[in-house]
Design a protein around this ligand. Structure first.
Ligand code: HXC
Length: 257
């Protein structure tokens, strides 16, 4: 498969997607969305892949939706085409996705990072929702996901002032799960993904599904959902193998069955 705007590689059981529009600081245009969807769906369907890393360049994870592409869109077209709805498809990826963010993650770039399951930030990362400076607001989930990550006060601050947040603030406020030196970013993200990919895939996917349910439902329903998924894992060989390996003081050999 030839991609125009991304580089797609596999590293063992990990799928690596690198945004590659350096001249536009990886701005997300329609082609990037099309490419990312094919790559993510391909990895999701590939039994040899257990986790996915999405990264950009040293200078920019992505500097936002492509402003030049959006500039002349008429309201009727934005509404009728349901502009950006395609990104919802991306969030239906069922295997874990780690965003490895160095440099700018602005607007749609910050929103893309937040669509992933967690964010590992380089110490050079800068997050922001600067849409307000362009006369618009976040349109790929920023007002909703940023609020859930960092709370109302900081989300309001970011979306209303359009200011950027550095890596330390992002980690402090729960947007990034960890910060690493820029030179080690992709390596660290690949290491985390490789670790995930060694576990039993059904349990990994259920952990992701259960945590995502926390955003969609009440605590009582979420707890019931978690318990039912938990029960279902006892139907798998991998639960028997994982617990037997612990008892026998050896490494488990998971088969994803
Ligand atoms: C299109 C972009 C772009 C973008 C940068 N470029 N960001 N093109 N869309 N979002 C292009 C520039 O036009 C320039 O192209 C090249 O990338 C390099 O950018 P510079 O500005 O020259 O780099 P620098 O001076 O280092 O500044 C970096 C920057 C700045 C601070 C990140 O580029 C910037 O502010 N970008 C826009 C950030 C932003 O507002 N993002 C939100 C987008 S709206 P040329 O051809 O001149 O070399 C969004 C909304 C989502 O995401 C949904 C709501 C509708």
């Amino acid at each position: 498969m030839d991609y125009e705007t991304i580089i797609v590689e596999t590293r063992g059981k990990v799928g690596l997607i690198t945004l590659n529009r350096p001249k536009a600081l990886n701005a997300l245009n329609a082609q990037v969305l099309a490419d990312i969807l094919v790559a993510a769906k391909g990895f999701d369907a590939d039994p040899g892949i257990g986790a996915i890393v999405i990264t950009g360049s040293e200078k920019a994870f992505a500097a936002g939706a492509d402003i030049k592409e959006m500039q002349t869109i008429a309201y009727a077209d934005a509404y009728v085409q349901d502009l950006f709805v395609g990104w919802e498809d991306f969030t239906r990826t069922r295997k874990p996705m780690i965003a490895a963010v160095a440099g700018y993650a602005l607007g749609g770039g910050c929103e893309l990072a937040m669509m992933c399951d967690f964010i590992i930030a380089a110490d050079t990362a800068k997050f922001g929702q600067p849409e307000i400076t362009l006369g618009v607001i976040p349109g790929m989930g920023g007002s909703q996901r940023l609020t859930r990550f960092v709370g109302k006060s900081k989300a309001m601050d970011m979306c209303l002032t359009g200011r950027m947040m550095d890596a330390a603030e992002a980690e402090r406020s729960g947007l990034a799960s960890r910060v690493v030196p820029a030179a080690e970013l992709v390596e660290e993200a690949l290491k985390a993904a490789a670790r995930i990919a060694e576990f039993s895939l059904p349990s990994v996917m259920m952990a992701k599904e259960a945590i995502n349910r926390a955003y969609e439902t009440t605590l009582a329903e979420g707890l019931r959902f978690e318990r039912r998924l938990f029960h279902s894992l006892f139907a798998l060989d991998d639960q028997k193998e994982g617990m037997a390996a612990f008892a026998e003081k050896r490494k488990p050999n998971f088969t994803n069955r």
